[in-house]
Design a protein around this ligand. Structure first.
Ligand code: CP
Ligand code: NVA
Length: 310
């Protein structure tokens, strides 16, 4: 791919792709996951290289991208702030120019969304957001695929978001806007979703509730996340106090539909944002959700590098 190539796509926010592209990705995910489960070799990315740049910690994102790329026949280069010139103030634009001359695809986990946007603007190859302060699109891709696997289409459904108005919440809103479902958001005062950051076109794709129980009432899916995201650790103590009533417990799950699912992007803190009885209970699909990171990202990498198959 060359700069300016009209076919080159990045995945920096959920709204970078259209509903029909998501339908395609979910179908490719199903095919790719089935092949994997049947031990069928599928290596369309032979000789392709993915650079993974981590400025924050990760378990799932690293393992899912790295294992996924190897399974598809490619290879990976792993960089962190501490072991590269990124941590020594080399301009992000220069890093993008250099790295993207040597690899075929770049995944970045960093702080400000503006940083990944600047990298992408100077990259010759597609760039994937592996989490920023503002968004976590690969996670929501996996979450929605997991919902579809368990319950079918998410269109018209209600997703309850209980907790911080953070990167995950923003991305759920973008997904609701594109895929036609509604998010019921309940956050403590001072931690609301910023609609200007989430950037949704359809304002009726989300509703705000003061009480988390009201957000969960009748929901098809209840989901939450850590009270303190990476990069906000200095606020840990004040957040612990503010979020104490925003723990997804069995009462909240009972307020949701009887067949409601529970999701959490992980890592989780039992007894804080979620009760152990919920995350380890029968409605929880968190392990499928984590595994599906790898399957959806394999479909995403295939799409960004090869376009539509067949
Ligand atoms: N959910 C998620 O992105 O996990 P990691 O921080 O472990 O990558
Ligand atoms: N909101 C969390 C998600 C971790 C996967 C964070 O940004 O730390």
């Amino acid at each position: 791919m060359k700069p300016g190539d009209r076919l080159m796509k990045h995945f920096l926010q959920f709204k970078d792709l259209r509903a029909e592209e998501y339908a395609y990705l979910f179908e490719r995910t199903r095919i790719i996951k089935t092949r994997f489960k049947n031990y069928e070799r599928y290596q369309p990315l032979a000789d392709r290289t993915l650079a993974m740049i981590f400025e924050k910690a990760s378990t799932r994102t690293r393992v899912s991208f790295e294992a996924g790329m190897y399974q598809m026949g490619g290879s990976v280069v792993h960089l962190t702030t501490g072991d590269s010139q990124l941590g020594r103030a080399e301009p992000i634009e220069d890093s993008a120019r250099v790295i993207s001359r040597m690899v075929d695809l770049v995944m970045i986990r960093t702080y400000e969304q503006a940083k990944i946007e600047r990298f992408a603007a100077h990259s010759r190859v597609p760039v994937i957001n592996g989490l920023t302060n503002e968004f976590h699109p690969c996670q929501i891709l996996a979450d929605i695929y997991t919902y579809i696997e368990h319950r079918g289409s998410i269109a018209g459904k209600v997703v309850a978001w209980v907790g911080d108005g953070n990167n995950m919440a923003n991305t759920w809103l973008q997904a609701a806007d594109i895929l036609g479902f509604t998010v019921h958001v309940s956050t403590p005062e001072g931690y609301a979703v910023d609609p200007g950051v989430a950037g949704v076109a359809r304002q009726d794709c989300w509703r705000v509730f003061d009480h988390p129980m009201d957000a969960c009432a009748g929901a098809d899916l209840v989901t939450t996340d850590v009270w303190t995201s990476m990069g906000y650790e200095a606020q840990n103590e004040e957040r612990r106090k503010a979020f104490v009533d925003w723990c997804v417990d069995e009462d909240m799950m009972a307020a949701a539909r009887p067949d409601a699912l529970f999701m959490h992007c992980l890592p989780a803190h039992r007894g804080e944002e979620v009760a152990a009885e919920v995350i380890d209970g029968p409605q929880s699909v968190v392990w499928d959700e984590a595994e599906n990171r790898m399957h959806v990202q394999k479909a995403l990498m295939e799409y960004l590098l090869l376009g539509r198959i067949g």
